[in-house]
Design a protein around this ligand. Structure first.
Ligand SMILES: [Zn+2]
Ligand SMILES: [Zn+2]
Length: 68
């Protein structure tokens, strides 16, 4: 799974690369296994939010990343 453009842009704006994001949440595993929107749940799109909606999960996860 690759992060989609929205997720990559959202993280890039905060200085976080796709790899750093994966490594942080997956105990050092660099291949992203979450959803394309950046959520840890690989079924986020379609369950937590619609495909054309912004992901709320990545917004709370990034706060964790930045404070943790
Ligand atoms: Zn989610
Ligand atoms: Zn999502």
């Amino acid at each position: 799974m690759r992060l989609n453009e929205d997720a990559r842009g959202f993280l890039e704006a905060r200085g976080i690369s796709e790899r750093e994001w994966a490594v942080y949440w997956q105990n050092g595993v660099p291949d992203w296994a979450g959803d394309a929107c950046g959520c840890l749940d690989d079924r986020c799109i379609g369950h937590h939010h619609a495909a054309d909606e912004a992901c709320g999960c990545i917004r709370s996860l990034v706060q964790d990343y930045q404070t943790g």
